[in-house]
Design a protein around this ligand. Sequence first.
Ligand SMILES: [Fe+2]
Length: 179
Amino acid sequence: MSRLTIYRDDAPGTAIVRTEDAAAIADNLTPLGVRFERWESPVALTPDDDADKILAAYKPYLDELMGASGAGSADVIKLRPDSPNLPAIRAKFLSEHIHTEDEIRFFVHGAGNFILHADGKIFDVHCTQGDLISVPANTKHWFDAGEAPDFTALRVFTDTSGWVPHYTGAAVHEAFPAS
Ligand SMILES: [Fe+2]
């Protein structure tokens, strides 16, 4: 189940908000400019369906999303516990960073945590199947799906350079492991 946990960024371990209610998650994230929604799957998909089938299934949603955001392209990322180079891939996502464009993800299968650092707080968003999250450009954040990730996600891009992180150099992720 989707879950949001909020901490003060100087008080790890002491949650000030913890909710599994989708509307409450969205309400807490809206002030940051974060879009959080749950989408119903229009067709039954399995974790092993190929990227073309997944993109086709979600095309109506993606068309609406791209129209709203000006985004230009979408692809599919899959990570499994037996995917190659997992420690290196995890490390890329795990340090605090920003992007110059919105980071938009939809979880087709599995789960992962987007952890945002804004307004002196940490917003740990545990996203699960059916969740859309849009992290605005220049919002500090990191992502973790653990040492054995198992998810399939749609990625929506607004420019052609793909996923480009700008690391802040902070070690804040070490104090706030995904929960
Ligand atoms: Fe990112």
